[in-house]
Design a protein around this ligand. Sequence first.
Ligand code: BJW
Length: 250
Amino acid sequence: MVLTEVTGELIHIFDSARNVAVLTGAGVSAESGVPTFRGGGDATMWSWRGRPVTELSSAEMLATDPTLVWEWFDYRRGLLKELSPNPGHYALAEWEGRFENFALITQNIDDLHRAAGSMNLLELHGNIWRARCLRCSSTFEARESPLEQNPPLCLVCGGPSRPDVVLFGESLPEGVFERAEEAASRADLFFVIGTSAVVYPAASLPIAAKQGGARIIEVNPERTDISILADVTVLGRAGEILPQFVTQRG
Ligand code: BJW
């Protein structure tokens, strides 16, 4: 079913759910001004020095030119530090306390869910404000923007670091996907919000949820690869649709 607003029937499904899991992607941050990876809706897309994101955010680029990778992330951090959460992020933070179990799983590295107040967050692809030591593997917060040195040096051993994010061709951090899969499998309601659902293994989570018996609600201005699996696709912007689940309750 395709809708353009939150109906009474959707509110009823929302209110009766006990185990809720949510997968978000770049689209949930689009209304905050964060570019997306593949466009969609009227979102702007990341671009930098005319190079594709798939090349800049790749394990190959990190191996051949780590300085350039840090410059690309420094540029993005400069944009992100000026931006704030939007009503979609705030609605999700508010949902956290409403259900018996609630898991917010994000592919985003921008930290805006946390800035909105979400606490139980599973970050599948890391966080742009963290660095990881290439020598001792410690992770540490690295919030200076612009960077004082490239690469930032490890706070524990002084070794060079890399952004603590999952680049194309890299594996997800240990344990986080397993926890996300567990939450998806036990969900009775699963939201897929603002993601093109083409990057794996994140895109397999709605499938795990469906196999576990969950209803799937997608929120996106456009249909995606996952729409065929969704019980309902609400065509619209996350920042406009998500607050309706709360404000329209009777
Ligand atoms: C709105 C809106 C509004 C607009 N409101 N919505 C199985 C099958 C096929 C391929 C693979 C597979 N398993 C693994 C792979 C390979 C690869 C992959 O999936 N490739 C595909 C692209 C084909 N996966 C990996 O490499 C992963 N690693 C892995 O699997 O490890 C095991 C392994 C190791 C070695 C070899 C093989 C396997 C890692 C993936 C990591 C992805 N990293 C990135 C970059 C992070 C760092 C950075 O930011 O630079 O993560 S890629 C990029 O895509 C980023 C995102 O998190 C991710 C997903 O994008 P997302 O969020 O969906 O954004 P968009 O732009 O695509 O979509 C935006 C959506 O928003 C659109 O639909 C709009 O319509 C919508 N929208 N405005 C709501 N207002």
